[in-house]
Ligand binder design. Structure first.
Ligand code: ADP
Ligand code: MG
Length: 399
């Protein structure tokens, strides 16, 4: 689960991380009011969307010469104009994809006199099984590009969970950022507070870009992207409230309500499978037969009829889907339950695309009978290879 920059900064501030003052705003008036509460003389009005690259982004409605989603303002009128320009419009950045994202919230924050920009991120390093800090002097810009062209400028510091964050970790971060004296102390302090925040919130990622040195020698977090481990959210009811569902893919959101693992993909064949491994194999075999999956969908081991129906509806609500392949191995999950769900959903949604079903396992014969007697044009398949060939052939025939 990801949150907005202003939420991330409020959270990090609670852990003692230095951030500039700022206020969220949902309207132009609120943005102006927010700026009045700040000391000035420089304000920054920032679009709040779950994507980076806002500064260099472009608004669809404003044409190529308009400024992006991070704007400096010196007067009330400039704050007003920036807010009016952004709210309700669609910001396209390198991270949003072509469709862009509508800006519904703003953050009005203190404008900082920047001397230098750094990069500092915390993440779970799967290779070492530890929390890693990734530090670079090359902040403010595209870190993927830095990693690609000058990998020596990226430093990774692993933290042993047995010791936690130690003073030497702080010194390593400061050294990676090539800081000395008081700024080195500030870097070590900020890194330790970010580590506390990471642990304290069960974060999956905290990315600070830029971490800036100000003209008067202060180190501050100017942009923060924070994401949490969804599996730990039950421990953080207060954090769950920060979720902004308008930022999420509507189909993935619907799937999450039914505890379905669903990821939208670019192909034509909708897949409903139980088990992540079988789902991956199903996607592979669709590709092997010359077409592409429209989604990954794992209904899980203990799905009921309601869940299967929901899964089916989600797949069918995707206009890109030209055919559906259901591939279920009934272990804990019984094939007759799956068949009931498929029939119920297909009748409810008025099935308009070819459907191939491969069932195997517990109560497979009952399941096949339910499908055969349903009166629906369901194509039965015997095994995975057969199923993939049949759905591809069916879809090509319709096209
Ligand atoms: P994004 O990464 O989405 O483009 P940032 O918050 O990193 O958004 O802003 C882009 C750039 O704008 C920063 O690299 C920094 O140079 C400038 N900036 C951001 N916040 C402030 C601020 N509070 N004061 C001054 N400049 C800022
Ligand atoms: Mg940034």
């Amino acid at each position: 689960m990801n949150i907005h920059e202003y939420q991330a900064k409020e959270l990090l501030a609670k852990f003692g991380v230095p951030v500039p003052a700022g206020f969220a705003a949902l309207s132009v008036e609120e943005a102006v009011e927010a700026s009045k509460k700040l000391p000035g003389p420089l304000y920054v009005v920032k679009a709040q969307i779950h994507a980076g690259g806002r500064g260099k982004g472009k608004f669809k409605e404003l044409g190529p010469d308009a400024k992006g989603g991070v704007r400096l303002a010196r007067t009330e009128e400039e704050v007003r104009a920036a807010a009016a320009d952004m709210l309700g419009n669609t910001l396209v950045t390198v991270q949003t994809g072509e469709a862009g994202k509508q800006v519904n919230r703003l953050y009005v924050t203190d404008g900082v006199d920047i001397d230098k920009e750094f990069y500092l991120a915390l993440l779970v390093n799967r290779a070492t099984g530890r929390i890693s800090m990734v530090a670079s002097t090359e902040g403010g810009m595209d870190i993927e590009e830095v990693a690609h062209s000058t990998p020596e400028k990226i430093h990774t510091i692993d933290i042993d969970p047995a010791t936690g964050f130690m003073p030497h970790h702080g010194r390593s971060v400061a050294a990676a950022l090539e800081l000395t004296g008081d700024l080195a102390k500030q870097a070590a302090f900020t890194a330790s507070k970010l580590y506390d925040a990471f642990l304290g919130t069960d974060a999956a990622q905290i990315e600070v870009n830029p971490l800036a040195v100000t003209g008067d020698g202060k180190l501050m977090v100017l942009d923060a992207k924070v994401g949490f481990d969804s599996n730990a959210m039950f421990r953080h009811k207060n954090l769950a409230e920060l979720r902004d569902e308008t930022e999420e893919d509507p189909m993935e959101l619907e799937a999450s309500k039914y505890d379905l693992a669903y990821i939208k993909l670019d192909g034509d064949i909708g897949c409903m499978v139980n088990g992540a491994g079988l789902a991956m194999a199903t996607m592979d075999i669709i590709k092997l037969n010359g077409m592409f999956p429209a989604n990954f969908l794992d209904v899980g081991g203990g799905a009921n009829k309601e869940k299967v129906t929901a899964a089916f509806k989600i797949i069918l609500s995707d206009p890109a889907v030209k055919g559906i392949l259901v591939n279920i191995f009934g272990g804990i999950m019984r094939c007759d339950i799956i068949a009931d769900g498929i029939v119920a959903a297909a009748k409810e949604v008025n099935l308009s695309v070819p459907l191939v079903v491969r069932l195997e396992g517990t109560n497979v014969q009952q399941g096949k009978d339910i499908l055969a007697n349903s009166g629906l044009p369901i194509v039965a398949a015997n095994d995975l290879g057969d199923a993939a060939q049949k759905i591809v052939a069916e879809v090509k025939q319709v096209a």
